[in-house]
Design a protein around this ligand. Sequence first.
Ligand code: CMC
Length: 437
Amino acid sequence: MWMTLQVKTLEQPATLTFGQQQIQLPVVQGSEQELGLDISRLRSATGMITLDEGYVNTGSTRSGITFLDGEQGILRFCGYPIEQLCAQCDFVEVSYLLIYGHLPTRQQLSEFQDSIRKHTMLHEDMRSFYSGFPRDAHPMAILSSVVSAMSTFYQDSLDPTAPDQVELCVRRLIAKLPTIAAYSHKKSVGQPFIYPQNDLDYVENFLQMMFAVPSEPYEVDPDFVSALNLLLICHADHEQNCSTSTVRMVGSANANLFASIAAGVCALWGPLHGGANEAVVNMLNQIAADGGDVKKYVALAKDKSHGFRLMGFGHRVYKNFDPRAKIIKAACDRLLAKRAIHDPLFDIAQELEATALSDEYFIERKLYPNVDFYSGVIYRAMGIPVQMFTVLFAMGRLPGWIAHWKEMHSSDGNRICRPRQVYTGPTERPLVPIDQR
Ligand code: CMC
């Protein structure tokens, strides 16, 4: 059946005509002039649904948290450009911005920091989980398990409809995620767990839990603190990406916040999403071990029969430079120069970027380095093991997940997320008894 869709002006609803029937579809305009067709009445009026695999054209919600323009390479949190947030704020300040929608005053920030500090320790019994995990367990698996298990230990903050319980849960998550993450690293290297130290700030505290040992003093390196703050801010939100949509999807069933965030961690782990930062460094290592022939790997990435992709390249939304990749590459340059570190993987990464960006395949498809391309080089310079890279992405993305979960619960149109499908399986058929099949 043929259909026509007519949009006359943005003020009037669009008209969808099919056969003898017509339906009006309101046009929704965002604050940055993005347009969407509101199809919420489509099925009740026509019996039809839309089909959009991978949700390439589907807006799942209205949201006031993050704006991104993939054509122009613009990213803003609550209106503030990512470049300014990275230059002027620390991660906890940006977390406050995302969760509460405005930048904190000094007093608000200090109260927020204090309330987080109160919750940095894990329930002592939770430490015993770690002895049950195999030593070589991936820290993302540990992170999602332990976050999920928080709902067994902190049962006084599970009700998604009780604002005070949600606030408590938010603080517990932000405070404890670095502790859970650092313990998963300590487990993998067989060192004793280091308790949080609440006179340190958020990032300092994480670094001391990661790298300090009880037998000698540990001094937190200020260069690493600023590099990590910047990386966490760059990762803090990215509107309706795979893991955030997962958190919203799970949360829409009124699952508690711990359970929703644990689901987000699992989604983030995938190498097409947050797991790409680990995959990038593994790929760069592979290229280095193979003689550093960058052109060979660019050719492999173009060869569809091979299935190999340049990790850290391409993005569903950015068809231009990912602004986060620019910020991270500059930070990487600064850190390596200041510390006089020569990392051969950084050389390979830069050569790979230059080769891909001048190649017709990548130009045509508008494939640019994304946030994950250079972050691993900074993590390496800080001594963070490859398996922990995606855990750091999760620490950064946590305030974004929380902000979206809260926004969803406070929105008027909040309903359980439940997509439809077009069924393509067998039509009705008689069941054949087992001994006659
Ligand atoms: N290397 C080679 N070819 C690529 C790549 C790549 N990295 N990315 C996309 N393409 C090609 C793809 O084969 C397709 O070609 P064709 O039109 O000939 O079929 C075209 O570009 C469009 O790709 P797509 O897979 O349809 O795009 P998508 O929007 O579904 O996927 C992506 C986006 C990020 C999953 C994909 O670009 C990719 O797999 N990149 C590598 C993994 C990666 O770096 N992920 C991190 C994303 S950013 C951080 C985050 O989200 O967590």
